[in-house]
Design a protein around this ligand. Sequence first.
Ligand code: CDP
Length: 595
Amino acid sequence: MPLSSTPPSVPAELSQNARTVLEKRYLVKDRSGKPTERPEDMFWRVATVVAEADRRYGASDAQTQALAEEFYALMTQRRFEPNSPTLMNAGRPLGQLSACFVLPVEDALSNGQNGIYDTLRSMALIHQSGGGTGFSFSRLRGKGAMVRSTTGVASGPVSFMQLYDSSTDAVKQGGTRRGANMGILRVDHPDVLDFIACKEDLTKVTNFNISVGITEKFMQALKAGGSYDLIEPSTGAVAGQLDAKLVWDKMVLGAWRTGEPGVFFIDEANRYNPVPHLGAYEATNPCGEQPLLPYDVCNLGSVNVGYYVRDGQLDWEAFGRDIRTSTHFLDNIIDVNKYPLPEIDALSKRIRRIGLGVMGFADALIKLGIPYDTPEGVEMGRRVMEFLDVEGKKESERLAKERGPFPEWARSIWGPDETCARDADGKRIRPMQMLRNCNVTTVAPTGTISIIAGCSSGLEPLFAVAFMRNQAGVMMPDVNEDFVAIAKREGWYSDELMERIAKTGTVQHPEVPERWQKVFVTANLIAPEWHVRMQAAFQQHCDSAISKTTNFAHTATVDDVRAIYELAYQLNCKGVTVYRDGSRDGQVLSTGATE
Ligand code: CDP
C-alpha cells in the first residue's frame, strides 16, 4: 500500500529566511506561481519517495512508514538535508535527484554519443533537471591543429567551452536554478595558456568555474625550476614545452585577480579513485567536491553538525545515529532517481557513489567555544570528518550485507582484488571493507540547504556575524543567533552594536569580550593558511574532495596566493580555490565593509 500523502502533524522548524527560499524555488506551484504545498508537504513528499526504496529489499508497510517518518524528522528538524534537486524534484515528474554530473567530451563534433554537440545536448538535459555539470576539455585537439575532413584548423577547447557557456544561458535549470559548470583543462594541453586567461574578462564564460588539471609531473618540473612537455591529445605527440614557473605564475595571478583558475590536483584525486578499472577522473562537478568519472553522478546530503552541540558538548552518539540514517537515505536515492541519460543510470547502479558531508561546522565550533583558526579548531575538523567517515561506512557496510555490495566492489579499492586495490608501490590504499557505495563522504558547499537548515555552510567559517545575503535576487538579513544570545546573556547587547558589526563586517569592537572576538572570527579575518589547514584536515578522512574557499583580504599579494596554492599541494588537498575580497562584483554574500 503506498504511504499516505499527508505529512505527520509535527511542523517543520524553519526560519523566515528558509521559508522565503522554499517558497521562491522549492515548493510545487500552480500556474499563477502560488505554492500548492507547504514546506511540511515538501519534506513529506521527499521522505516518502526515498523511504519507498526500502520495499525493494523486503520492507513491510509499517517499516516503510516508520522510515519515512524518521527521514521527515531528520529534515524538518534540520539535522540533515539532501541536495537541492532532491528537495525540488522527488515525487514530481522530473524525478531527477542529483546535484553533480561529469560528462565526457570527445574530440569529434558529433559521434552520436559523446562528441562536442552530443554532450552539449546531454548538458542541456541535466541543467533542465537541476543538476550541475563538469567537463574535461582535455581530449579536444589544440587550437590550430588540423581538421582532416575539411583540412581546416580546429578552434580549440576554449572556444567550445564558450559554446557550452552560451547554451547554459539559454537553458534555465527547470526554472529553478541557473546551470552551473566546471571546465577543466590539463596543464599539459597545448592551449593551457589560453584557458588560464579565458576568464580574465569577468563578463565571459560566466556559467563556468574553471580549474587547471595539475599533474605530478608538472609539480616536479615546478620544483626543479624546469619546463614540461605539452601533449597534443589527438595524436599523443609532444607539441612543445612550457616553463612550469611561467604557467604557475599566470595561474596564481589569475586567481589573485578574479579567483580563477582554481587548481585540481588530478593525480592526487586519481590515487583515491575507488574504481580505477572503470576509468580515470578527468573532471569534477561545478563546486569541486566531487571528482567523477565520465557519466558519473553523485547525490549529496549534509548533516548539520552544529545541531548536536548542547551545553558545550557534542553528542557523538546522536550525531552517529543520524549519520547512519542519512547514509541509508542517500543510498536509497540511487534506486528511486530518474537519471537523465541511460549511461548515467547504468554507472550509478554499478558503483553506487554517494556524498555525505557536514554543514554547520562553524556553528559547532562556536557552541564548543573553539576558534576556527587554531590547532584545536583544525583537530576538531579532523575528528568530525573521521567520525562521519567511520559511521557512514558502518552503515554502508550494513547495507552491503543486507542488499549486496555495489556490483563493482570486488575490483574496487575496497575489494579483495590484488591489482586495483593497490598503490603504485604495491600497498593497499584503503583497508578491505565490504561496502554498498564506492564512495561515501564529501563536503559540499551547502549554499542553499544551509539556509534551509539555518546553519553555517559546509566546513566554512562564519562569513560574517551580521550581514545581508542575496538569495535568488532577494536581499535577506542574516544575524548569528548564537552571538545575539551570548551578547544578551552577558549584558553587552545593543541594536547599535549589531548595526556596527553589519556595517564593518567584524566583531572586533571594544564591547565584545576578547574571547568572543576569537570564537566568532569571520572568514576574511582568518589567515589563509588556516583555511587550507582546515581543508586538509577534512580531506584526510574524506573519500571524495572538499568544497572550500580560501578567503583573502583585498590587500593580499600575489605571493600570498602562491604560498597557499603550494601549501594545498604539500598538504595533499585535491584542489584549491581562493577568493580575494572585492575581486568580483555581485558577491552572493556581502558585508557593509566590501560595498
Ligand atoms: O545547497 P545546495 O544543495 O543547493 O547545493 P550546494 O551544496 O551549494 O552545491 C552542491 C552542488 O550542486 C554543486 O557542487 C553543483 O554540482 C550543484 N549546483 C548546481 O548545479 N547549480 C547551482 N546553482 C548550485 C549548485
